[in-house]
Design a protein around this ligand. Structure first.
Ligand code: HEM
Length: 188
């Protein structure tokens, strides 16, 4: 069984060098030089880390049609491709108004008003990604979602175009904190 719990530690260790950290909206994260990612039931804790974030992969909330799921699975490459040496860790917290919506209303904003998955597939069909949920771990997690992406250096511009398109959607009006961390994988 593959692990569902992930830990992201910003500090002095890890194979990913942090190239840039930008607070898009809301409070930033403390500065760190490298990122270590761990997974599994017994996650290590690093007393020297500047920050530690935890999340879990989960079932899908908004992909409801079998056909859409098939399309997503067919177009998504695996993480860890050697040529995908760029990483992006984007942490997101949505506001109380988002969480006060019903599931059906959120689905409407996510899919019909914002076309989130369709935008992703149109701008960047071959983006390796993993979505982690934080909200159910405890009451005081700093973010609701930790999103992780891997791509080749030549595709960074396409990734930025996709992000600009997503940030202009109705869904992003509910984002109250977002930190965008760009990384480069260096084999240690
Ligand atoms: C190829 C590009 C992308 C595709 C195909 C894609 C697709 C999806 C899908 C299908 C979901 C819903 C999963 C579910 O049913 O629960 C989702 C959720 C999410 N995605 Fe993307 N995405 C892409 C890129 C991005 C990017 C660049 C970001 C930027 C940060 C992002 C942030 C999120 C967040 C925060 C959620 C959780 C939304 C929520 O549950 O409220 N995605 N994505």
């Amino acid at each position: 069984m593959s692990a569902r719990s992930f830990l992201f530690a910003g500090g002095d260790t890890g194979p990913w060098r942090i190239a840039e950290t930008k607070a898009i909206i809301g409070a930033p994260l403390p500065a760190a030089a490298r990122l270590a990612i761990a997974s599994g039931p017994a996650l290590p804790s690093d007393p020297h880390a500047s920050w530690i974030l935890r999340g879990m992969t989960s079932n899908e909330r908004y992909v409801v049609r079998e056909e859409d799921r098939r399309q997503l699975v067919a177009s998504q490459p695996a993480l860890g491709r050697p040529e995908a040496s760029c990483g992006a860790l984007i942490t997101i917290r949505k506001n109380a108004a988002w969480w006060a919506l019903t599931q059906e209303q959120r689905q409407n904003v996510f899919e019909r008003q914002s076309g989130h998955a369709a935008l992703g597939l149109r701008h960047f069909p071959a983006l390796a990604r993993r979505l982690h949920h934080c909200r159910d771990l405890s009451e005081n997690e700093p973010f609701d979602f930790i999103t992780w992406f891997e791509f080749a250096p030549a595709d960074e511009a396409a990734f930025d175009t996709l992000l600009a398109a997503l940030r202009a959607t109705a869904e992003w009006a509910y984002v109250e904190r977002e930190v965008d961390i760009r990384l480069v994988r260096e084999e240690l």
